[in-house]
Design a protein around this ligand. Sequence first.
Ligand SMILES: *Cc1c(COP(=O)(O)O)cnc(C)c1O
Length: 460
Amino acid sequence: MKDHAANSWEGRADAHNLYGFTDLPSVAERGAVVLTHGHGPYVVDVHGREYLDANSGLWNMVAGFDHPGLAAAAKAQYDRFPGYHAFFGRMSDQTVMLSEKLIEVSPFARGKVFYTNSGSEANDTLVKMLWFLAGAEGAPKRRKIITRKGGYHGVTAVSASMTGKPYNEDFGLPLPGFLHLTCPHYWREGRDGESEAEFTARLARELEDMIAAEAADTIAAFVAEPVLGAGGVIPPPEGYFQAIQPILKKHGIPLISDEVICGFGRTGAVWGCESYGFVPDGIISSKALTAGLFPMGAVILGPDLADRMQTAVEDAEEFAHGFTASGHPVGCAIALKAIEVILDGDSDAPPLIHSARALIPLFEAGLAQIAQHPNIGEVRVRGLMGALEAVQDKATKKPFPGDLNISEKIANTCTDHGLICRPLGQSIVLCPPFVMTEAQMAEMFDKLEAALTAVFDAVA
Ligand SMILES: *Cc1c(COP(=O)(O)O)cnc(C)c1O
């Protein structure tokens, strides 16, 4: 690492932090960005520089960085009852109310909720529930989990095993029994002459074949993001979930929708599964659940899984699982307020989901404009999540050489222009907060365009 002055924020950040998910050469070169506060969709660093955050923090700060209603809900709950657990038959009133609300806004007529501190832990908890069920229902072999390459489900040993990313090899993961299907990315994975519908049919056959090869009674669940997020914003090909779900149903395999990013309006509907016209057997939620103001995740079980878990737990008399801060009253109070702000609107403000929907056409138009660029191979978009994939050659889809770190270069140049966006593989990801104004969205595209032009001119 380059030495940043020991008494600078950058040097102090280097001295005592092990950076996670960070391109170290970029930090060595440029120094960490140390932030002090934010307003609306902007964040401000220790040098007073302001950045338009086109990623809503990490997909989660949908209400921006200074929402008064959310902060007030947190403060009020800290004053009233600042902490409690959800063990031993005790829980806070806020926890009871949030679970009611989550079932009400879920696609399920009824169901049950279990809280965690993160999306990773929610996926981990889901897997433990399924393993618990397998034991209780006399099907001890039913432990395998199917996900897709490029899918992101978290970083704990189990949820990282579900994540279909090559970096997991660095950890000797996945654990045995975690199976990964082809990434449902038509532009990259579709074969020459294969239509999108044929691609979908091939993926469905691949699932059938995997179930046959592994034996259906060894598979505990299929878990999928409606739109792959950290895989680079990849919407499924046409008819994907309609092709997959009947196969799973036939074999009695639950379909779990990992809605950690899609949940609460990101795709324009409340849930991603709603956008794609399917009702899953369970939902994983986090990120926008508290609009990023509190670490919280939730497993939401639909009627069938909720009933089976209830029976299994009654037989065992206890589900020996939970985190000290599961169902934390402050987290629950914030989540209740976040759901109100997003879905119902608070005070005089319209629901943020309406603001998000109103922004979608502008977002799509801005991305379509940038797609004209000769070095942009594909634009992917669903709701307010989008990605631009850089290519060296548009006709052959040939990527830039990996050692060029093209997306890092673009993101770093964006940062120089006062715009935060995320490099992901050869893509640049945009995930604007719902509070962005039309003018701020125009500013986002202007800055992105300037950065793209500068980088592509330099490497051409
Ligand atoms: C972020 C994410 C997770 C993991 O959530 P953490 O809170 O970071 O543990 C799981 N699934 C999806 C789809 C995510 O985007």
